[in-house]
Design a protein around this ligand. Structure first.
Ligand code: NAD
Length: 364
């Protein structure tokens, strides 16, 4: 295992940083590319703050950080020409559903063109092993529950972001059909939440959070006044939407299992695998769990439904167990307490440090 080189795209982000930590701890060498659109880098540093902290936590070094964009095919070419890459883990992408509705061309350009460049360069340099960040959004509003990997994808996607994931999966299937040596695992995440147990790395939403857990923690820490709960007239036990929340550290282990699998086994072809717990919680259940885990009250108000929100979404998680020998082990309490630890230690996310420095400098 020692010395295997993984090339990680979008590694400075929320999911990428937790996964890079897991890869380093488990003996992989890592080189990363990130164009810094959704992460923080401080003046004078060569690495984004998230990855500096990953190095501190692991005591290991990232072999190389490239500040660059996947749409720059010359850059990609030089990275593959100069490194003996074994496996690619592809996180880089834009992911804000609302923004994708307003700016579809930006999403298709960034997510689709960036990935096509990556696949073309991999083909040129005969690197044929890829783990891709997909999403349960490819299923749209499911007709049945729990959601298995055999459910139709694409036709129920409600936004361009989800469609980029669907289209990319279709492109990857075609690549595998044309070249049987390729091995691609597309991990369809359900709802990753929480933070590393240290509280040193976590999720830093840009602006107003669109997801439940960061919204809850920002209300709890006082950055926002109250949580908006979108709809309480769904057909669920308390009327609020159900989602399958998954601890980010479990998600990171899922990626480790996926690279171990494509590296160690003859596992050709395209494989879509759900990463979820298989259990759903309503919004009100999550709020209550957070209050129990942290002792902090979360003021909320019920507002109207948000367009495009499905009533209930949770995974059938058995395939991941069969194929990857992976199963989520951390529960909702753990998700809440780790998210809270991260938020308390970093009220402004990775920007805390910068703010303090700026404040000190402004006083000179
Ligand atoms: N977080 C979730 O809830 C979730 C759920 C399902 C799927 N996903 C997918 O997982 C992946 C990672 O998500 P995340 O939450 O860590 O997002 P993130 O925004 O925190 O991380 C993505 C990283 O990719 C970088 N990036 C974006 N476009 C790039 C480009 N063209 N070239 C180079 N770097 C680029 C950004 O700067 C960022 O650091 C994304 O593809 C996302 O769609 C995330």
């Amino acid at each position: 295992m020692m010395g295997r080189l993984v090339f990680v795209t979008g590694a400075a982000g929320y999911v990428g940083s937790h996964c890079v930590l897991e890869f380093l701890v488990n003996g992989y060498d890592v080189i990363v590319i990130d164009n810094l659109v959704n992460c923080v880098i401080t003046d004078g540093n060569e690495l984004p703050e998230s990855l500096i902290r990953v190095q501190h936590l692991t005591g290991k070094k990232i072999k190389q950080f490239i500040d660059g964009d996947l749409r720059d095919s010359h850059l990609l070419d030089s990275i593959f020409a100069n490194n003996d890459i074994d496996v690619v883990i592809h996180f880089a992408g834009l992911k804000a559903v609302g923004e994708s509705i307003d700016k579809p061309l930006l999403y298709y350009d960034n997510n689709i063109i960036g990935t096509i460049n990556l696949l073309k360069t991999m083909k040129k340099y005969k690197v044929d092993k890829l783990v891709f960040s997909s999403s349960s959004t490819v299923y749209g509003e499911p007709e049945q529950l729990p959601i298995t990997e055999h459910f139709p994808t694409g036709q129920n996607c409600t936004n361009p972001y989800g469609r980029t994931k669907y289209m990319l999966e279709e492109i990857m299937k075609d690549v595998c059909r044309a070249s049987p040596d390729w091995s691609i695992i597309s991990l369809r995440y359900f709802n990753p939440v929480g933070a590393h147990f240290s509280g040193d790395i976590g999720e830093q939403p840009n602006g107003e959070p669109k997801n439940l857990m960061p919204y809850i923690t920002q209300v709890a820490v006082g950055v926002r006044q109250e949580l908006k709960v979108f709809g309480n007239d769904y057909k669920t036990s308390d009327g609020t939407c159900i989602r399958d929340y998954l601890h980010i550290e479990d998600l990171a282990v899922g990626h480790l299992k996926a690279i171990d699998k494509i590296y160690n086994n003859n596992f050709p072809g395209f494989h879509a695998i759900n990463l979820g717990t298989g259990r759903g919680y309503t919004v009100l259940e999550v709020i209550r769990a957070f209050e129990v885990a942290t002792g902090v009250k979360v003021p909320y108000k019920i507002v109207g439904r948000r367009p495009g929100d499905a009533c209930a979404v949770y995974a059938d998680a058995r395939l991941a167990q069969e194929v990857l020998e992976w199963k989520a082990t951390r529960g909702l309490q753990d998700m809440c307490s780790s998210a809270w630890k991260w938020q308390q230690k970093n009220p402004n996310g990775y920007r805390s440090k910068i703010n303090i420095v700026q404040i000190l400098l402004s006083k000179l």
